[in-house]
Ligand binder design. Structure first.
Ligand SMILES: Cc1ncc(COP(=O)(O)O)c(C=O)c1O
Length: 305
C-alpha cells in the first residue's frame, strides 16, 4: 500500500483525518454494523480483485436498514468508492476492507431512531487469519451464541462481537485456535467469525440460516462449489455437538478465515487429524476462484485497475 487512506464523511482522506469523537453514540452502545471484504492480488495479471463486493455491500445496506441506519448509497456505488479507495491507496497486495456504518451523533441514549448514520471504509493488510494449510484446533465454547431475539448474529452488529470476543478469548487462553459456539437450543451455530461445515460419509452438513448465525457470503460460495463443481450433496440442518467429534472432516469459512480446516475439536482428532480430502478440494477451487483464475466465478470479482 503506497498511501494509507480512508473513506470518511463522504470523501477519501488521509487516515489521520478519519477520526471520530469519544462522544460518538455508536462507540458507547456498539450500534454499528460492519463488513469484512477481501481483495486478492493476481501477480500475473497485475490486477487486484475485490471478492463479492456487491454481495457484501448489499448485505451491509440491508442490515443497516434493519437497524434504522439508511444510507444514500447503492451497493454498486459503494463498490465503486471502494475501488477508488484501493486505487488511490496504490494497493498491490492482498488486502482486507472494513466498511462500518455508525451513528455519528454526539448524544447518549441507546436507541436507533433520531440519529444520523455515517459510513467509513478503511483498508487493513491481512494475510491468513487462521491456518488454512495445517488446520486448527477448536474448542466448543461455554459462551452461547447470541440469540436472534437478543442481538441478531445475522446483522453483523458491532456490539454482537462481544459474544465472539468472549468465546475467542476463552479458546485462546485454553490453548486452542478458535471457538465453536452453540446456540441457545444447544445446536452448533458458528465460530467467532466463521461459518462451519462438517463432512460425514461424503455428505456435507452446515447449520441452516435459522440457527442464529451470520448468513456468510463465503458460506454461500462454498455451498455452490460443493454442489456445482464437486457434485457433493450439502444439507442444511441442525447439528449436534456430538456430531462434531465423529465427523470425517470439519472446516470453517469466512472472508477472514477463507476455507480453514479444523483438525481437532475438544482434544478429539477429526478423521485422522489431517486436512480432509473434500476440504482440500474446496480450498483448491476457492483459492483459484478468488484470484480470478476460474472463468465461472469471474462475475464475483471487481477488477480495481
Ligand atoms: C460471526 C461470523 N460468522 C460468519 C462469518 C463469515 O461470513 P462471510 O463469509 O460473509 O465473511 C463472519 C465473518 O464475517 C462472522 O463474523
Amino acid at each position: 500500500m503506497e498511501r494509507e487512506l480512508a473513506f470518511f464523511e463522504g470523501k477519501i482522506v488521509p487516515i489521520e483525518e478519519a477520526k471520530i469523537s469519544i462522544k460518538t453514540n455508536s462507540f458507547h452502545y456498539g450500534t454499528a454494523v460492519f463488513e469484512g471484504i477481501r481483495a486478492y492480488w493476481n501477480q500475473e495479471e497485475e490486477q487486484l480483485y475485490i471478492l463479492a463486493g456487491y454481495q457484501h455491500y448489499e448485505r451491509l445496506l440491508k442490515n443497516a436498514k434493519a437497524m434504522f441506519m439508511e444510507l444514500p448509497y447503492t451497493p454498486q456505488q459503494l463498490v465503486e468508492i471502494t475501488r477508488e479507495l484501493l486505487k488511490e491507496s496504490g494497493v498491490r497486495e492482498d488486502i482486507y476492507i472494513r466498511p462500518i456504518v455508525y451513528f455519528k451523533d454526539l448524544k447518549l441514549t441507546p436507541k436507533l431512531v433520531g440519529y444520523t448514520p455515517e459510513i467509513a471504509i478503511y483498508l487493513y493488510p491481512f494475510g491468513a487469519y487462521l491456518d488454512p494449510q495445517k488446520g486448527i484446533r477448536a474448542k466448543v465454547s461455554s459462551w452461547v451464541r447470541n440469540d436472534d431475539n437478543s442481538i441478531p448474529a445475522r446483522y453483523k452488529i458491532a456490539g454482537a462481537y462481544v459474544n465472539s470476543a468472549l468465546a475467542k478469548t476463552e479458546a485462546l487462553l485454553g490453548g486452542y485456535d478458535e471457538a465453536i459456539m452453540l446456540n441457545a437450543n444447544g445446536f452448533v451455530a458458528e465460530g467467532s467469525g466463521e461459518n462451519i461445515f462438517l463432512v460425514r460419509n461424503g455428505v456435507v452438513y452446515t447449520p441452516s440460516v435459522s440457527e442464529h448465525i451470520l448468513e456468510g457470503i463465503t458460506r454461500a460460495l462454498v455451498i455452490r462449489i460443493l454442489k456445482e463443481d464437486l457434485g457433493i450433496e450439502v444439507i442444511e440442518r441442525p447439528i449436534s455437538r456430538s456430531e462434531l467429534y465423529i465427523a470425517d472432516e470439519i472446516f470453517m469459512t469466512g472472508t477472514a478465515a477463507e476455507v480453514t480446516p479444523i483438525v481437532e475439536v475438544d482434544n478429539r482428532k477429526i478423521g485422522d487429524g489431517k486436512v480432509g480430502e473434500i476440504t482440500k478440494k474446496v480450498q483448491e477451487v476457492f483459492f483459484s476462484a478468488v484470484r480470478g483464475k476460474l472463468e465461472k466465478y469471474r462475475n464475483l470479482l471487481t477488477p480495481v485497475y
